[in-house]
Ligand binder design. Structure first.
Ligand SMILES: NC(=O)C1=CN([C@@H]2O[C@H](COP(=O)(O)OP(=O)(O)OC[C@H]3O[C@@H](n4cnc5c(N)ncnc54)[C@H](OP(=O)(O)O)[C@@H]3O)[C@@H](O)[C@H]2O)C=CC1
Ligand SMILES: O=C1CO[C@H](CO)[C@@H](O)[C@@H]1O
Length: 371
């Protein structure tokens, strides 16, 4: 299958990892790169190819046949996903967008509807879901090997030194643990519930936040967050942090056995890790099932996106990847999770830079049109 002619929006840290994997796997060749800093742009294009742009409209509208663009990978900070995504859809360009798909989160379903209306492929970048270890876990559950699932425990927590200018700690850029890594344990729990229900997305409608708590950083973003979420009969205990080194975990407790993914979100605990493993505990007897992959998650994700685009269908990725229904429910639950934590603050709390909570996610009026 022919590689995608891909544009990169935001040539930062993760874009470098993704571009290397996409090129090596044959999923894409980089034809355009959009950034703000000339030096960073030139470093990126020197390493991965493509023409450099520092103007968004020129990047999308350019008609140079030597640098055609069928699709974009958006890897800017969270708050900068929506505008390029909407512009891409207007131009009929397919979109693979890093998580969380958009801020304000309340715009997620609207963006998905817009993509479907314009018949453009839109995929949220949950790379961990492309690794065969996740499909293997879901198959175990669907096959009933664990018995009835009642509980999921999952966490993604790392300790980043506090820097108020870093995107992780800047409220105005969508900083905080829930928006950055909360979606990993959350989507894992939703995926488990779907697997138990046979893969369909109807069960997702039952998902609801039961309880939440967390602590803020001095820059007023959520540093460490816990949540209990109910999905059908399953209770999920979730944790996300950018201020505490808790690592990554995923444990699925069934009536017959408990399954634990050794490294749920990055096989071998590494971005370019290949070999996943599931530990299955049956009354104290633990079986370790390895699930190797010839390619890492970023390469698998790039290939899945290429296949989606080439398939010509615009309804988005399909189970066991995060599909559009799941993206919408992740966004809905993240709104509730964040809101529940901010609601525990005194009424007169102050957000930085004169912002209000609704500037990022709640009941916002339509953003101005960009064309
Ligand atoms: N799937 C995964 O494993 C990972 C996903 N991510 C996701 O990718 C996105 C980017 O993260 P990461 O690569 O760590 O971020 P970086 O800060 O390393 O890169 C962000 C890029 O966006 C550009 N940019 C555009 N607008 C802005 C702005 N207003 N402020 C700051 N930078 C801007 C940056 O600067 P310039 O334009 O100057 O080049 C840079 O190229 C996030 O949404 C995050 O959730 C992040 C890490 C891993
Ligand atoms: O998605 C992600 C995965 O891991 C990173 C930390 O290592 C996060 O910051 C990021 O946004």
């Amino acid at each position: 299958m022919a590689p995608l002619n891909l544009g990169i929006v935001g040539p930062g840290q993760v874009a470098r990892v993704f571009a290397a994997a996409a090129i090596e796997s044959g999923a894409a060749r980089i034809t355009r790169v959009l950034g703000r800093g000339r030096e960073r742009l030139e470093d990126f294009t020197a390493e991965f190819g493509g023409r450099a742009f520092d103007d968004r409209l020129a990047f999308f509208m350019d008609e140079d046949p030597a640098a055609p663009m069928e699709a974009v990978y958006i890897a800017t900070p969270h708050t900068e996903h929506l505008q390029p995504a909407r512009l891409a859809l207007e131009c009929g360009i397919h979109v693979l967008c890093e998580k969380p798909l958009v801020l304000p989160l309340g715009k997620c379903s609207g963006l998905i509807r817009h993509a479907r209306r314009t018949r453009v492929a839109l995929m949220e970048g949950w790379m961990y879901r492309t690794h065969p270890q996740v499909a293997a876990l879901f198959e175990l559950i669907s096959a009933g090997e664990l018995g009835t699932i009642r509980r999921v425990e999952s966490e993604f927590a790392f300790d980043c030194p506090f820097d108020p200018q870093h995107r992780l700690f800047k409220f105005a850029l969508g900083g905080g643990a829930i928006l950055d890594v909360g979606g990993y344990p959350l989507s894992l729990a939703l995926g488990v519930a779907r697997a138990e229900a046979g893969g369909g997305s109807d069960i997702l409608q039952s998902a609801a936040l039961v309880a939440a708590e967390g602590e803020l950083t001095p820059s007023m973003v959520i540093g460490d967050a816990r949540a209990t979420v109910r999905i059908g009969e399953i209770e999920a205990h979730l944790r996300a942090a950018i201020t505490r080194d808790g690592g990554c975990s995923a444990r699925v407790v069934g009536s017959r056995a408990t399954a634990t993914l050794e490294h749920p979100f990055m096989p071998e605990g590494r971005r370019r890790g290949l070999v996943g493993a599931i530990l299955i505990d049956r009354e104290g007897h633990v079986e370790r099932r390895e699930v190797p992959s010839p390619l890492d998650c970023f390469a698998l994700e790039a290939l899945a996106f290429r296949d989606l685009v080439r398939s010509g269908q615009w309804l988005g990725p399909t189970w066991p990847l995060v599909d559009h229904d799941e993206s919408s429910v992740i966004a809905r639950l993240m709104i509730d999770w964040r809101q529940a934590i901010y609601e525990t603050l005194p009424q007169d709390f102050q957000l930085p830079e004169g912002l209000t909570l609704s500037d990022l996610e709640l009941d916002v009026p339509d953003l101005p049109e960009f064309l």
